[in-house]
Design a protein around this ligand. Sequence first.
Ligand SMILES: Nc1ncnc2c1ncn2[C@@H]1O[C@H](COP(=O)(O)OP(=O)(O)OP(=O)(O)O)[C@@H](O)[C@H]1O
Ligand SMILES: [Mg+2]
Length: 304
Amino acid sequence: MGSEPVLPKGTRPLDVQVAGHRHGAGKTKLGMLQSEEDAHLIYKAVQNPPRGTRELEFYQQVFSPACTDVQLLQLKRFMPHFAGVYYYKETPDVPYLKLENIVSKFRKPCVADIKMGPCTYDPTASAEKIASEVQKFPAVVRIGFQFTGLQVHDPTRNKTECLDKFWCRSLKEEEFLINGVGKFFGLDHHLRKDVIKALLEKLQLIQDWFDTQTELAFYASSLLVVYEGEVQNASRHGTTMNGPESSDLLKTKSDGTEVNSDHPLVDVRMIDFTHVFKSETKDENYLFGLRNLIRYLNELLQLG
Ligand SMILES: Nc1ncnc2c1ncn2[C@@H]1O[C@H](COP(=O)(O)OP(=O)(O)OP(=O)(O)O)[C@@H](O)[C@H]1O
Ligand SMILES: [Mg+2]
């Protein structure tokens, strides 16, 4: 048992955190922080080696101005911007990763942490670690990805619901499409086809990258998906909220970027690089998850 973590001056626990270690009372591990002054920045405490240092070194390598590796330069587009290492006065021995907050641009963010790959432990994992990972969500071997936390906004009731890792793990394989993926995209009130289509374009770019790279293997890494849950803007675009026509309430260009970048519709980034390893082959583990995620999203489009 350690003592409670210090909250450095000018910070607060991250406003929207759907998974992972949370900073707060009763917790001993350090969680994610947000700057009181600049909501667009978050601070992730570097966990103990080797996990924390592996992630730190990975961000440093990819974002180094001296980086010339073509694959890494391509990968950078899919990661939150890394603005260096930061130390707080109150905790001088803890390095923090200073990262772009990809949620803060959204008014009513709907957020999913999607852990990718049927294998969620790295090649150095002990038998105990493997056993503990495998029992968390056994269906992942067939589904290929899993939710570890969700936040969903229902504009028809103006309610935001948070679903934790236990809720996510309790999903049965046969209900995963409807009550898992479907729930996140509003199937129970208004399926966000606009979001799903824009997301599919972005996921395709990530898949294209994985189809060509043979340098890295990502274990237990997540895709953080965020979309705009507030749909009032529909009126500005001359559409209504409940009809199928609302699917184009925020126009997405064919390259997947939104017309109005101040008000994005959807963002997806790769996060959590505590188990990234060097490799010499395609990351078939991640690719299996990615292809299945894309398949689930296409199936969802057929339902709504
Ligand atoms: N760049 C980001 N912008 C906004 N929110 C983020 C970002 N990175 C992480 N988060 C939020 O924090 C949560 C935890 O992030 P992450 O997976 O990096 O930490 P962790 O699981 O606690 O880390 P570790 O695996 O190192 O123990 C995510 O589920 C998400 O809600
Ligand atoms: Mg995580």
